[in-house]
Ligand binder design. Structure first.
Ligand SMILES: Cc1cc2nc3c(=O)[nH]c(=O)nc-3n(C[C@H](O)[C@H](O)[C@H](O)COP(=O)(O)OP(=O)(O)OC[C@H]3O[C@@H](n4cnc5c(N)ncnc54)[C@H](O)[C@@H]3O)c2cc1C
Length: 378
């Protein structure tokens, strides 16, 4: 059996590791665009802060691939999939045949039509090292543009480094796609309290008057690149569409991690997870199914960040447009707000700002499909 995995990030690498555990003799090919050994993206902010050394962010040694008899093709991009003749074409022109194929290519960062040496993104190790170099030579402010989790990491980083920090974003408050006005007010008040210059309604980074001395760090979201997948006849929506077993519409082709738009059995609709634990777990489930199991992925996903001392957590399905109603618990003035997302009478998601203590109750409530009234918050 020949397993080919496209994308050597955490989901793909976990899948390769799991496949080797399940089958000592299978051929496993792991194709990745990046040159580095697998590293933790979650640790990149800690590396940028100087809390974690460069060597600590790597999750495997270079010899690991050889030891596990995993053929690791690094620094090459998969460009085409032929699902009829079962091979993929990579950027150096080689054609790699497969029996089972897994796509774990994650998502690409959205860029702005705004360029310059002082503009930084935050997705890869290379981005992080560029950011570190810019911060070291910066004599101006740290200007963060964007209102998402990555923007939050960037603000946290600049505040941690003691830089004069600007938070500029389009919406009325940060995380306005998922947070209600009360939660948003709490985030804004907190940012101002720690000295951040908060600029809502900013259409571009330039609208805050950027100078060449500033570091401009952009975190305006990610989106998967799907053209080459679609060309192969694989169904896509916002990501690659899969069932709960992470199978696509094409036989023996699977998707996992940030690129998968999977049938989420917990919340009852197709979603994209976009977080590290789900990418790991999906890599494992996809691998087991490639090896012949019939396993469904089930997990209440969550993403937690600490924004300069304020904990912000999203649990389950936090798409406001896909919920029937929301319930707010707590208040900005009390220092904590939990927003509960309800669909068909059941709790499907929650955002917690300054209310970590609700995390277990909402996670258990989502898992059990409880009505909001049955979720016991403190
Ligand atoms: C700075 C930062 C901090 C984060 N912090 C957290 C956190 O605290 N908690 C959390 O849960 N999540 C966090 N995340 C998100 C988390 O890292 C992702 O959800 C996770 O990495 C997704 O794993 P993946 O394997 O699906 O995709 P990725 O990690 O994106 O890996 C995909 C890989 O595929 C490669 N690739 C893409 N296209 C091709 C192609 N055509 N051919 C070959 N290779 C290709 C890419 O180069 C990449 O190496 C953070 C992300 C970043 C960037």
């Amino acid at each position: 059996m020949r397993h080919v995995i496209i994308g050597a990030g955490i989901s793909g690498t976990t899948a390769a590791e799991e496949l080797r555990k399940l089958d000592e003799t299978a051929e496993i090919v792991l194709i990745g665009e990046e040159h580095e050994v697998i590293y933790s993206r979650v640790l990149l902010p800690h590396y940028a802060k100087g809390i974690v050394s460069r060597e600590k962010i790597f999750l495997k040694k270079e010899t690991w691939y050889l030891d596990k008899n995993i053929e690791w093709l690094c620094g090459v991009r998969c460009e085409e999939i032929d699902t009829v003749n079962r091979f993929v074409t990579i950027s150096d022109g080689r054609e790699i045949p497969y029996d089972k194929l897994l796509i774990t290519t994650g998502a690409e960062i959205q860029t702005l039509p705004y360029d310059g040496e002082n503009v930084c993104y935050f997705q890869t190790l290379g981005d992080t090292e560029h950011l570190i170099a810019r911060m070291a030579s910066c004599s101006g402010r740290g200007v963060v543009y964007g209102g998402s989790f990555i923007a939050s990491e960037l603000i946290d980083l600049f505040v941690h480094r003691g830089m004069s920090t600007v938070a500029a974003f389009r919406g009325p408050w940060m995380f306005s796609r998922i947070l209600d006005a009360e939660s948003g007010a709490l985030v804004t008040t907190h940012l101002k309290r720690v000295g951040v210059d908060v600029r809502p309604g900013s259409e571009t980074p330039e609208s805050v008057g950027v100078t060449p001395d500033d570091v401009v760090a952009v975190g305006v979201g990610i989106a998967p690149e799907l053209g080459w997948v679609r060309d192969a006849g694989i169904e896509t929506g916002r990501g690659i569409l899969t069932n709960a077993r992470l199978e696509t519409n094409v036989a023996d082709v699977y998707a996992a991690g940030d690129i998968a738009e999977f049938d989420d059995l917990v919340v009852g609709r197709r979603v994209m997870a976009g977080n590290w634990p789900s990418a790991v777990m999906q890599g494992r489930v996809a691998a087991r199914n490639m090896a012949g199991a019939n396993e469904e992925f089930q997990n209440v996903s969550s993403y937690a960040t600490n924004l300069a001392g304020l904990d912000i957590i999203a649990v389950g399905d936090t798409d406001r447009a896909a919920s029937d109603s929301t319930v707010i618990v707590g208040s900005a003035s009390a220092g904590g707000v939990t927003q509960l997302f309800v669909r068909s009478g059941k709790l499907v998601g929650a955002t917690l700002v300054g209310r970590n203590h609700d995390r277990k109750a909402v996670t258990d409530g989502i898992k059990a499909g409880l009505a909001v009234g049955d979720v016991k918050l403190q």
